[in-house]
Design a protein. Sequence first.
Length: 139
Amino acid sequence: MNRKELYDKWIEALRSDKYEQDQGCLHPSSVGYCCLGVLTELAVQDSKVKWEGPPDPGTALTSPFQRPAIARACDGFIPVELSEFMGWGEHPDDPKVADDQAAFDRNIQVKLSTMNDTGKWSFKRLATYIEKYVAPKYT
């Protein structure tokens, strides 16, 4: 799956009622996901990433990235490799971003996780935002 196809699938998945919304991490419960967790799950299904740790420790998929892309269910952000694949540039955990409040606040993962967690935006509302403002910029 290419980048545009993954964006399209992500938007579609957020609009479906297939995923239960949760907050705090990518996949904080056996059924719940944050918006970035849904993206990660789609990447897992496409064998770009594999989950590590609870709630889905049995998943073992091969990654087509140069080095294994591991998503820990309790992480707040997607793996660096998936962030690069999505065209998002610097990762929020990169010290250049994490130590610069303005850069951290501008980071797309930080924006989306804040909308999901603090703003309590619904998946449908997030899908509309991603479709209007994120996907056109990065595809």
